[in-house]
Design a binder for this molecule. Structure first.
Ligand code: PBG
Length: 330
């Protein structure tokens, strides 16, 4: 690219001299339309509890969901992402609770669709909140079995669609699941239910606090490196995205977020499909702790979210969604 102009005729500071002028020429912006709020649901009645490793984030029993959903609605956040925290006694090696039509996610879907019909809902398709070993798939001969896992994931996706889920979000990283899920959704008259594929999901240590939140951390023995991506790779993410688009994904997730902006940007330049970034639990807790200790200010959150937009993401899943939507509105 040619640099046009030269000093002193050209002075780049000229366009930075006042706030209105800076805003006039700004290239990126963020609004509440770009935010997706993750919500953890727990068992019981009249219960809200805190998550130690995620300061400020809570788990809600279904009857208490209106407390947070009112904020979502008031602040015009278009979609939430639901995650369940179930008791140990409901977890087993096959994660069968995932297919219970009265499990926490199904109950939440019915409740929210009735009380807050205007809020979009996305649900994870993966078994980790339900398995006694904390893995996203089932184990056969000491391996996470791809094809047998898909058989369960398809049923989980169909169940969520039947309960009113708008966006099915497979986060399990099994090969081929997008195609199988799309086919099953179409066959069952769910042509309008979209699929947001966690196509590019790296095996990351930044998921630690989330695993606390869904209660899978202490259960997990080995890491997830045989199914989640190696963070040393870039080209592999193109193969993942390409395959998932071919299989019928409507949107693509890149996860984690902040330390993978290069990947977002490269995918954006190569594929014309909406990209969603996930500012994951570890990123959240790092920033949140630094703000609480007054090492950073709240402005750092906006700066981090803008970086996703600048890289090419159209929306961001972030535990800061409500706080930031409020701040933007002011
Ligand atoms: C599990 C899942 C994870 C996250 C979303 N879905 C964790 C994992 O893969 O171990 C992470 C979200 C976060 O860290 O905020 N399928």
């Amino acid at each position: 690219m040619k640099i046009l102009g030269s000093y002193p005729k050209t002075r780049l500071r000229r366009l930075r001299k006042s706030k209105w002028l800076r805003e006039l020429v700004s290239e990126t912006s963020i609004s509440s339309n770009d935010l997706i709020m993750p919500i953890f649901v727990r068992e019981g009645k009249n219960k809200i509890d805190s998550i130690k490793s995620m300061p400020g984030v809570k788990r809600y029993s279904v009857d208490k969901l209106p407390k947070i959903l009112k904020e979502v609605k008031k602040n015009k956040i278009p979609m939430i992402a639901l995650f369940p925290y179930i008791s140990n006694k409901k977890k087993n090696i096959l994660g069968t609770e995932a297919l219970n039509p009265n499990n926490l996610i199904c109950e939440s879907l019915r409740f929210i669709k009735k009380k807050f019909p205007g809020i979009g809902i996305m649900c994870d398709v993966a078994l980790d909140p339900y398995t006694s070993h904390g893995h996203d798939g089932i184990i056969i001969n000491r391996k996470i079995d791809n094809d047998k896992t898909i058989e369960i994931l398809v049923k989980q996706a169909l169940l969520q669609a039947r309960m009113g889920c708008d966006v099915i979000a497979p986060s399990d990283m099994m090969d081929g699941r997008i195609g199988v899920i799309r086919k099953a959704l179409d066959k069952n008259n769910f042509q309008d239910v979209s699929i947001l594929s966690y196509a590019v999901k790296f095996a990351s240590s930044f998921y630690g606090p989330f695993r606390d939140a869904v209660g899978s951390k202490s259960k997990l023995k080995k890491d997830k490196a045989t199914y989640q991506m190696d963070y040393k790779n870039t080209s592999e993410s193109f193969r993942e995205v390409g395959l998932d688009i071919k299989e019928g994904a409507d949107m693509i997730m890149v996860k984690p977020g902040l330390i993978y902006l290069d990947i977002i940007s490269k995918i954006k330049n190569s594929f014309k499909i909406p990209i969603i970034a996930y500012q994951v639990s570890g990123e959240y807790s790092l920033i949140k702790n630094a703000i609480e200790k007054k090492i950073l200010t709240e402005e750092s959150i906006i700066e981090s979210l803008i970086s996703f937009k600048r890289a090419g993401a159209c929306a961001i899943v972030t535990y800061f969604a409500i706080d930031i939507a409020k701040k933007i509105k002011q």
